[in-house]
Design a protein around this ligand. Structure first.
Ligand code: NAP
Length: 251
């Protein structure tokens, strides 16, 4: 079933890996044109090779935190190339697991840059009516369950994600009159590179966390399905929501 058409262009950040990669693949499979952004060129080229309609997959190699104050020019340049956007899935992000005593301003800046400031600045640029298709435009942000269940060592990460989810809700109210929707999704543990790094560092595993996550850890596609639904017109009555997707009711 085609849920989108190829004249609908969506930005997907974090498209080189994990949740972003699956979102880019699914959007492409369902007919949309995707502008896939990340730093790792090899992985982006691999994404283009393995997607269903490579002619509708455009890759942009970019460190989103470099020239952070120039994000609006970057969005403008993308619009020049591809036309107005129908939406964005903001899936780029970094984890930051450190007790507060090991955190300094630099650590906070690194996490907030990619997890909060970049999505805010990209959103500001995309919400300029010269850069989006107006009514029906949808933006979806990957926050985290850690925005709500705040555990040891997650003070900075939880802060970035709680800030993102709160801002998404506020911005949705600013633009609802224009028919533009914003939502965020809050996954629990999902099997991606980020989780692999985390489990090695803290010696946790899906098996060891069976009590906490009754259905085990999720697959990136579990989250991509929700993101793509929220981008599509099938969710046209939904905006300003923060959706928990947490393997069987963690909270
Ligand atoms: N995995 C989980 O359990 C889980 C749970 C809740 C929420 N999340 C959130 O889900 C999102 C996706 O995470 P994931 O698990 O899919 O992790 P992942 O596989 O590590 O993917 C992270 C993505 O972010 C991109 N990225 C990071 N820094 C970037 C930068 N400066 N510029 C451009 N792109 C950048 C990476 O691309 P390059 O390295 O190629 O630049 C990569 O594509 C994150 O926001 C994460 O916080 C994950």
């Amino acid at each position: 079933m085609m849920l989108f058409s190829s004249d609908q262009f969506y930005i997907v950040t974090g498209a080189s890996s994990g949740i972003g990669e699956q979102t880019a693949l699914l959007l492409n499979e369902l007919g949309a044109s995707v502008v896939a952004i990340a730093r790792n060129k090899v992985r982006l080229e691999h994404l283009k090779q393995k997607c269903k309609y490579p002619e509708n997959m455009y890759i942009e190699v970019k460190d989103l935190t470099s020239e952070i104050t120039e994000i609006s020019s970057f969005i403008k340049s993308l619009c020049k190339k591809f036309g107005k956007f129908s939406g964005m899935a903001y899936c780029a992000g970094v984890s930051c697991v450190k007790p507060l005593q090991l955190v300094d301003y630099g650590v906070m800046q690194d996490a907030f840059n990619i997890n909060y400031f970049v999505p805010m600045l990209m959103t500001k640029a995309l919400l300029d009516r010269r850069n989006n298709k107006g009514n029906g435009t949808s933006l979806v942000f990957v926050s985290s369950l850690d925005a709500q269940i705040c555990t040891r060592g997650q003070s900075v990460y939880s802060g970035t994600k709680a800030a993102l989810s709160a801002s998404v809700k506020a911005i949705s109210k600013e633009v609802s009159g224009a028919g533009i929707r914003l939502n965020s999704v809050l996954p629990s543990m999902i099997k991606t590179q980020m989780t692999e790094d985390y489990s090695k560092l803290y010696n946790v595993s899906e098996e060891l966390q069976k009590d906490k996550y009754p259905w085990g850890w999720g697959e990136p596609l579990d989250v991509a399905n929700l993101i793509v639904f929220l981008l599509s017109d099938k969710s046209k009555f939904i905006s300003g929501q923060n959706y928990i997707i947490d393997s069987g009711g963690v909270i």
